[in-house]
Design a protein around this ligand. Structure first.
Ligand code: MG
Length: 339
């Protein structure tokens, strides 16, 4: 770390600055073989079987937004990090940092929606913590959730992506950019005709029902902060394969696209909270897609690209007009406090 350097908002973007902070500080000091994997969940061997373990803090502003609230997000975010690791989410913890003066009524709405989301996901919130800080020392409330899930041996390879190979297909369960633009529209009280709703949802049932029986699920990740663009850039980083995304296959809702254009955002890098990117073998991709479409959260699933043997280490977008655009990790900060 350089002298006099300070934390910038970009260090929380989920993009390049976050990665650099993790590599140069946290991973440097905490280094161990489990952390080194840098996957959505840590995979722990307890001797009697494997567990996935993950944690996430939620600081979204505003705490209530179209399609959800901070509590809803705090459950879904952690459940999804377990689910994309191939694990069955089981238990969550919930830690609250509350600002003096925050309305009890609002807190109850948030806690109730956490309970509802947990019930839907089939998990239990089994431990927690509450701290209150003076007025002005945090903004309303922050929530941390940690979660553990059971990981079956057949899915152990998923979080590392070690089996990804050329020819594999890239699948996503629907449109991109909804969550980030829902937050932006709520934050700015923008007068847009069609309301943008966050896609915030627990994906564990969609994932378990879709991948059941599949032998070629190579990798999964939820495309949250940093968006789809950052996920695909991470998949190819330092690897001996490339990744092509077909722009014509990407689904971006009209109102999301419009707001992105108005505010100067690239939908590829806008956060989602209910989208999973799956890399699957070509032979199984069709069947997988079919099963995903049977679930309400996968009704708009599609194959959006593939792993290639050329352009090693590079992810790119094949544009609708036939051009190529390199997809890099998000640099700087697109939207602070999005989750
Ligand atoms: Mg994740």
């Amino acid at each position: 770390m350089k002298k006099n350097e300070t934390i910038l908002l970009g260090h929380g973007s989920g993009g390049k600055m976050t990665h650099d902070l993790i590599d140069q500080l946290f991973a440097r000091y905490f280094d161990n073989p489990i952390l080194r994997q840098q996957s959505d969940s840590a995979i722990l061997d307890l001797g009697t079987g494997k567990l996935a373990f993950t944690t996430d803090s939620f600081v979204v502003d505003p705490v209530f937004f179209p399609g959800g609230n901070i509590g809803h997000l705090a459950v879904a975010g952690t459940v999804n990090d377990l689910a994309v690791s191939g694990a069955v989410p089981l238990y969550l913890s919930a830690g609250f940092i509350l600002e003096e003066g925050f309305p009890m009524e609002s807190l109850e709405i948030i806690v109730r929606s956490m309970a509802e989301e947990a019930k839907k996901a089939g998990i239990s919130i089994v431990t927690g913590d509450t701290k209150v800080v003076n007025r002005g020392q945090c903004d309303k409330l922050f929530i941390n959730t940690s979660g553990i899930g059971r990981l079956e041996p057949e899915y152990e390879h998923i979080s590392s992506g070690i089996n990804i190979r050329p020819g594999d297909k890239i699948i996503i369960n629907g449109s991109i950019g909804d969550h980030g633009m829902a937050i932006m529209s709520a934050r700015n009280e923008l007068k847009i005709t069609t309301k943008i709703e966050s896609d915030c949802a627990c994906l564990n049932h969609l994932i378990s029902e879709s991948i059941m029986g599949c032998r070629q699920i190579r990798f999964m990740r939820d495309a949250t902060r940093g968006g789809l663009g950052t996920v695909v850039a991470e998949i190819v980083k330092g690897k001996s394969f490339g990744l092509k995304i077909d722009e014509s296959k990407l689904q971006i809702r009209e109102n999301v696209r419009g707001l992105c254009e108005m505010l100067g955002f690239d939908p590829l890098y806008v956060a989602n909270e209910g989208k999973v990117v799956i890399v699957a073998g070509a032979d199984e991709a069709g069947g997988l897609l079919k099963r995903m479409k049977q679930h309400p959260l996968g009704a708009e699933a599609s194959i959006i690209g593939e792993i290639t043997s050329d352009h090693q280490g590079i992810a790119w977008l094949e544009t609708v007009i036939g051009g190529k655009r390199i997809i890099d990790m998000l640099s700087g900060n697109q939207l602070p406090r999005i989750c």
